[in-house]
Design a protein around this ligand. Structure first.
Ligand code: FMN
Length: 382
């Protein structure tokens, strides 16, 4: 199977599965507990049908959307995800460069394997930094100040990761960051020599945004579960979120909200956007799917704050359904991560080309020339 055999996100997933050591693949693909929420995140889109209009004159269409003050050609964002250099040696730089070609928002994680400064210099597309609130206040302040200096366009404060979800595939495989080559996992790495050579001989793995503060950045293997449970501040509350918004002073998004009450509080503290998200099913298993939860949040705070539907998106039509339900944009992680793991920057570019074509084709078949024409009248529950 080659890159040219990939025609949808599922194909990229299969190519990634073949190319990665299984502990790495399972870290990307897996989620919490029984993974019910991960599965539901995508299935929820199938619970609603699109209702097209025809004879609408769709030769020229403009699907551009304004998200947190930046106009992008498509209503799609690339969500921040951790540890990308473990998936492919080109890591975040490949994703950022691909996002730039399409003019899309892209995010780097607090656990990114490139520095805030490198991304700030190299990538001109709208970019956000995903902030975890650490117990170490000095680290939080340093991350915010570095984002200011590097002229990031937004901070997304992740609020659904007070403790780590129970990621059982990682417990079984013993996945750590950086990967630890134990007797039991050695085989999984040995049978993927291409990945192993890249990992060993390319630039050394680091977490450069954290490494002057915590041991997780020094190269000491730590499970992600341990990192979250020992480093993150479980006392984080609305006051902390509000203080961070003031300290940052720029566009501010809360990532990982699911309830109407929380969406209202996000408006009250002056957030510019919320990502309705359950972290791709990696945290609270049994949590509702973002798409299922959209309508009540849009009805409560639509027009007062931007609402981004994050998770489960695998098709252009999923994006169109999210917008029809009232989201400002859709966002996703695995939709580009499988492609990164499968083939680096060319992989992500191919995935974005496919998704962008699917969105445009779907829009034309829906009979719309701009995303503003999508509304609930275009959806019916099954
Ligand atoms: C491998 C992986 C790593 C992730 N790392 C982070 C992270 O560091 N910070 C964060 O806020 N979300 C993280 N996420 C969650 C994504 O930002 C996003 O919410 C999720 O991927 C959406 O679900 P989807 O993968 O179905 O699109 C991660 C997701 C995956 C799959």
């Amino acid at each position: 199977m080659r890159l040219t055999d990939c025609h949808n996100v599922a194909d990229f997933r299969e190519l990634a599965r073949r190319r990665l050591p299984w502990p790495v693949f399972d870290y990307i693909d897996g989620a919490a507990d029984d993974e019910l929420t991960r599965v539901r995140n995508t299935e929820s889109f199938a619970s609603w049908d699109l209702v097209p209009d025809v004879l609408a004159g769709v030769e020229t269409i403009d699907l551009s959307t304004t998200i947190m003050g930046k106009t992008t050609p498509l209503p799609l964002m690339l969500s921040p995800t951790a540890l990308q250099r473990i998936f492919h040696w080109q890591g975040e730089m490949a994703v950022g460069k691909a996002a730039e070609k399409f003019g899309l928002w892209f995010g780097i994680s607090s656990l990114a394997t490139v520095s805030i400064e490198q991304i700030g210099e190299a990538i001109s597309t709208p970019k956000l930094f995903q902030l975890y609130v650490h117990k170490d206040k000095g680290l939080n302040t340093s991350l915010i100040e570095r984002c200011q200096a590097a002229k990031f366009d937004a901070i997304a404060l992740t609020v659904d990761t007070i403790v780590s979800g129970k990621r059982e595939r990682c417990l079984r495989s013993g996945f750590t960051s950086p990967p630890r080559f134990t007797a039991s996992s050695a085989l999984s790495y040995a049978i993927k020599p291409r990945w192993a050579m890249d990992y060993v001989f390319r630039e050394k793995f680091r977490l450069p945004n954290l490494d002057s503060y915590i041991s997780a950045g020094t190269g000491e293997p730590i499970s992600i579960q341990n990192y979250f449970n020992s480093m993150l501040d479980q006392s984080m509350d609305w006051k902390v979120a509000e203080d961070i918004r003031h300290q940052w002073g720029g566009k501010f998004c809360l990532k990982g909200l699911m309830s109407v009450a929380d969406a209202r509080r996000a408006v009250e503290i002056g957030a510019d956007a919320i990502m309705v998200s359950n972290h791709g099913g990696r945290q609270l298993d049994g949590s509702r799917a973002p798409f299922d939860q959209l309508a009540e949040i849009v009805d409560a705070v639509g027009g007062e704050i931007e609402i981004i539907c994050d998770g489960g998106v695998r098709r252009g039509t999923h994006v169109l359904k999210a917008l029809s339900m009232g989201a400002t944009a859709a966002s996703g992680g695995r939709l580009y991560l499988y492609a990164l793991a499968a083939a680096g920057q060319p992989g992500v570019e191919r995935a974005l080309t496919i998704l962008s074509d699917e969105i445009e084709r779907g829009a034309k078949l829906m009979g719309i020339t701009s995303v503003a024409q999508l509304n609930r009248d275009r959806l019916r529950p099954r």
